[in-house]
Design a protein around this ligand. Structure first.
Ligand SMILES: Nc1ncnc2c1ncn2[C@@H]1O[C@H](COP(=O)(O)OP(=O)(O)O)[C@@H](O)[C@H]1O
Ligand SMILES: [Mg+2]
Length: 328
């Protein structure tokens, strides 16, 4: 999908994307007029064709562990976690989702039990129970396994402080689980760890367990505030606890192509982070926000909606990036 519609700031600065060339060559449905709505409709058709033509995505060279982090609440961490997981799983990949937020919204969207007392990430982190004994399979999407979070996790942030190896407990548990799956001939392709909106010990545990940080950035005013602090924390973890960690992926969420504000934020983020920013932006979409109330991801709730298509496209970019074939 083109990021900047013609005529909006930034559009003239870069060569046309493959989509734009295809569009201009008339290879796609071409509306008579050039209104933003018509353009959006045409882009939707092009994206739908491309996304549905792909039935399988390539497996990575080794398991990729993503930390979905941003200490701001409401920027789309949980939405991104569950929808990327669903997108990759529906294209044949095996995904482990770790819900590290006591709110348990990730568990809800994936239709996983997480009422108080449900064993989950708390038991893995604080009590050292093996993840294999705590995971549940997502009932609606084959290929997704979930380590749920319940409200019990709220106490973990404080309880962890007095435990030995408090920053590396999740890493040990995850590595051991991944080995078990690999030994059983059932290697996990992608792990997504959905962080709480803070930079405390839970998020540090995620950053030690992960190799790649995925930062969702909401295309709103103030979006970039606090990003510096997040990046400094990532550098600290990298320097002291996990040299392999880096920010590999930025995803622009709640993008509204019709507002200058969204385009302005997107421009600024792309200038700063360059190729780390995925080409596909996630639009602001009612279908995306409705899906969790039906214990669903938008990928299953409304697969042909613009929200589902953009997450499928983002998943394709992630799976096809050169990084996926690196062995590190
Ligand atoms: N692209 C989107 N369009 C519309 N609503 C969205 C979108 N992404 C997220 N939301 C909604 O915004 C709210 C916050 O998103 P969420 O993923 O829970 O953020 P976080 O996990 O960072 O706190 C939720 O109600 C979610 O449904
Ligand atoms: Mg969340």
């Amino acid at each position: 999908m083109s990021t900047f519609p013609p005529g909006m700031s930034g559009a003239g600065d870069r060569p046309p994307t493959a989509d734009q060339q295809e569009y201009r060559s008339g290879a796609v449905v071409r509306p008579d007029d050039e209104t933003p709505l018509a353009r959006e409709a045409a882009e939707h058709v092009t994206l739908a064709r491309r996304v549905t033509s792909i039935t399988e995505l390539p497996r990575p060279a080794q398991t990729r562990v993503f930390v979905v982090a941003n200490q701001k609440g409401g920027v789309g961490k949980t939405t991104t976690t569950v929808n990327l997981a669903a997108a990759l799983a529906t294209k044949g990949l095996r995904v482990l989702v770790i819900d590290l937020d006591p709110q348990g919204n990730t568990s809800t969207a994936l239709d996983i039990d997480h009422f108080e007392g449900t064993p989950g990430v708390y038991e893995a982190l604080v009590e050292g129970e093996p993840i294999a004994d705590l995971v549940q399979d997502c009932p609606t999407i084959p290929g997704i396994t979930v380590l749920p979070a319940s409200i019990d996790l709220a106490g973990a942030e404080i309880e962890l402080v007095s435990l030995v190896a408090r920053e590396t407990r999740l890493d040990k548990a995850v590595q051991s689980y991944l080995r078990t799956r690999e030994d059983a001939g059932d290697r996990v392709d992608y792990v997504f760890i959905d962080c709480p909106p803070s930079l405390g010990l839970l998020t540090v545990n995620a950053m030690v367990a992960g190799r790649e940080v995925l930062i969702p950035i909401q295309c709103e005013y103030y979006a970039l505030e606090g990003l510096g602090q997040l990046l400094r924390n990532i550098d600290l973890v990298k320097a002291h606890l996990n040299p392999a960690l880096d920010v590999s992926t930025i995803l622009l969420t709640m993008f509204d192509a019709r507002t200058n504000l969204s385009s302005g934020v997107a421009n600024e983020v792309r200038e700063h982070f360059g190729s780390k920013v995925l080409t596909s932006n996630i639009p602001r979409s009612v279908r995306i926000s409705e899906a969790p109330s039906y214990q669903q991801t938008v990928i299953t709730y409304d697969p042909s909606s613009s929200g589902a298509l953009s997450y499928l496209e983002a998943a394709r970019e992630i799976a096809e990036s050169p990084r996926a074939q690196e062995k590190r």
